[in-house]
Ligand binder design. Structure first.
Ligand SMILES: [Fe+2]
Length: 188
């Protein structure tokens, strides 16, 4: 079953919020990520120190931040909370030291992806290669939101440690009457 494919160039929007977290809260998050340390051994697209996929299971310090990220996503997407639920499915911390990078990748099949910056990133951007290498150099407290299918990468890091929290969120139909009776694969 090989389909014909038609590549279009849709417009893509990347959103940036300033979450306004206090310096002391940011410091606590950074310290906790250093304490957790690397659990992935460069086995993912992120060639940097990386925690496990669900950081909130390690420590409840991130709950406040994750709540704010969900609120930002909800406002941004104009989701009616009576109908749609939005959940963070994965969220991890990363520390980029000199020479660390990420290969170009997407977060398919996630609906939305985000990166929250716990440090400035003046020399090392997040790059979107399908869009003429459009690059952002976020500052501490910036939350970047983009669709989960959008390719992105990080070039080799230079300078002081770059510490971020990244993750994915999916939208679910929340209201019972809206849930269709889905067909799932019967013959595997
Ligand atoms: Fe990513």
């Amino acid at each position: 079953m090989f389909p014909q494919s038609y590549s279009l160039s849709p417009s893509e929007t990347i959103y940036k919020f300033n979450l306004g977290a206090s310096n002391s809260y940011i410091k606590k998050c950074i310290n906790t990520i250093y304490e957790i340390g690397d659990t992935q051994s460069n086995q993912t697209n992120v060639k940097a120190l990386m925690t496990d996929w669900r950081i909130w299971k390690n420590n409840n310090i991130f709950n406040n931040l994750l709540d704010n990220i969900i609120r930002a996503l909800r406002v941004n997407l104009k989701l009616d909370p009576k109908i749609f639920d939005l959940q963070i499915t994965e969220c991890w911390g990363s520390i980029y030291k000199e020479g660390h990078y990420s290969v170009a990748h997407t977060h398919f099949p996630s609906n939305f992806s985000f990166v929250y910056y716990l440090t400035d990133s003046p020399q090392t951007p997040i790059v979107f290669p399908q869009y003429n290498n459009f690059s952002l150099y976020p500052k501490v407290n910036d939350l970047i939101i983009f669709s989960g299918g959008l390719f992105h990468k990080v070039p080799k890091h230079k300078g002081k440690d770059r510490v971020i929290i990244a993750g994915n969120a999916n939208v679910y139909i929340f209201h019972d009457s809206w849930i269709p009776e889905s067909y799932t694969l019967k013959y595997r």
